[in-house]
Design a protein around this ligand. Structure first.
Ligand SMILES: [Zn+2]
Length: 123
């Protein structure tokens, strides 16, 4: 696991993503408070295990994920064997989310972008 994958995993675990819901200036910023991947759920850590894009991505990787614990590889059947693979999946989601947030328009297919980021992480 690379140091950047480690850092993203720890930030996720500590709810350290800059989620719209946590931003005080949201009202005047004009930013959406919706998940940038699916545009349905709230932009929050709690939403991630329920996000249709993320569910599809985990399915694509063959990872059984159904709640926040399994999203973070904290279930007994997953820990610690699945941790490296899941940390890498979360890093890919984080990178894709940042790319979408910093692009001027919605140019990306979110699922394809997450998969592409995951391929890049694996060099
Ligand atoms: Zn979502």
């Amino acid at each position: 696991m690379s140091p950047s994958v480690h850092i993203v995993y720890i930030r996720t675990f500590l709810n350290g993503w800059i989620a719209a819901r946590r931003m005080r200036f949201l009202a005047e910023s004009g930013l959406s408070d919706r998940c940038v991947l699916c545009h349905r759920g709230m932009d929050s850590i709690e939403h991630l295990p329920h996000c249709i894009i993320i569910k599809e991505f985990y399915r694509h990787l063959g990872i059984n994920m159904h709640n926040l614990e399994s999203f973070l590889a904290l279930e007994q059947r997953q820990f610690p064997e699945m941790l490296p693979a899941i940390a890498e999946a979360i890093a890919a989601i984080y990178l894709a989310r940042n790319a979408i947030m910093h692009s001027p328009s919605n140019l990306f297919n979110p699922l394809e972008l997450v998969i592409q980021m995951h391929v890049q992480l694996n060099g």
